[in-house]
Design a protein around this ligand. Sequence first.
Ligand SMILES: [Zn+2]
Length: 492
Amino acid sequence: MKKIGLLFVLSILSITALSISSASAATVFTDITTTHRAYEEIYYLAEGDIPTSDKAYIFSPDAPMTRAHAAAMIGRSIQLSSKSNSNKFSDVPTSNFAYGYINEAVSRGIIFGYNNNTFKPNQTLTRGEMALLISRAFGYQSATTNDAANELMSKGISSGVGKGNFGTTQQMKRGDFAVFLARAINAEFRAGGIKETSSKMYVNVSASDSLNFRKGPGSGYNSTKKFFTGYPVDVYYSVGEWVYAKGDNQVGFFHKSYLSTDQPSIGSTDQYPKEPIDLELPPVKEPLNDILVIVDPGHGAHDPGARGYGFQEKNIVLDVSLRVKKYFQQTPIQVKLTRETDVFLSLDTRAAFASKYKANSFISVHANALNGSANGTETFYYAANNKNVDQSKALATYVHERMLEAWGLRDRGVKPGNYAVLRENTVPSALAEIGFIDNRTDNAYIASATRREQIAKAIFLGTLDYYYHYEKRPEVAALYTKFNTKPSIKHY
Ligand SMILES: [Zn+2]
């Protein structure tokens, strides 16, 4: 977790550097995807490393907002110190994650404790408390809960709960708190836009420097423009040491230290003040959505593949692959199938698919046949002269083990195989032979929709294991919880 003190130092250092600031390693939450009602606000806060949570990568928007989390998120928003020497409360030990923020916020009169030196850190915040907390933290001068509630409503930060009632005693959910906090920080999230009046100020840095104009109050936020000394800007309100301002027809945040009420004078130059420079923003990172998985149902159309007991491989593996797709669609991980209907694709086309879509891994789904006597599950990877041998073997192994766990058919092993879809592939790839379609035992599994759902889930979970263990993506942990399972044993 970043320390606010360090952020402050970085923000000062950053103005001397003309290079574009790198994207922050913002927190990501696997339970907040693009369709969530508070998606924009929560990820806006996350860019500034503002949200706190009890579980890594999980925001829990519907869980109650505790007083400790509220103090911490407010503290991070207005850049309070996370370290404090004054221990004011018997129920907030130094080991409490919000210890510094709570004590600092109390010192500044932003939040208060209860009798007998208690703070009740795990008590749920009410809407009334939220209104007062935001009002004090953002300097609204509201003395009472009613004043604070009215202030928030007039600014478009919060609406009432109906019939002119603010719902002062109602308990806050974490998602709602995040929405109100984002609106308090950045008026672009408010219904009516900026209600505050502005005052003119000027960028005041040395002639050789520039000032970053950021998307939020902190150096974790990307810079959208650079301003040069003497440039006039309209300042609306403060968020801790930062101000929300409009400059060059855009809104954003400046650090207060580099603005002055008088225009700084400067020796003669060709153009003073210099025009701001627009910066290109890196794409916003979401949890795991940088991963694209390709699922390749074997065969198709005039190529039925293996046959047995009235079943054709091409139909079975398409059904399984479509089920795998549905699992991935419940996650931020992107998924594409090489075919979704009964069409023929050449092996070259299949192998080129991953590189065409810049995918990250490839899994081909097949069923076997051999005169009815052979049975079991086997998984292949290409083991010769390929830069992805280790990755492919890991992917094959993780998928294979989940398939054995799901169906419990004979274990024919994880093996090197010289198949074109693997050999010609440019990404880690594996080929799963789920079972023998012409074997009585295996066919009973292949013929059952319930069983096909199980093997699809196994292929999905095996792929997750690969990303969790081999590609070291800890965000996957939350997906195991979602699908009521645990990571596999780590092999690679
Ligand atoms: Zn096949």
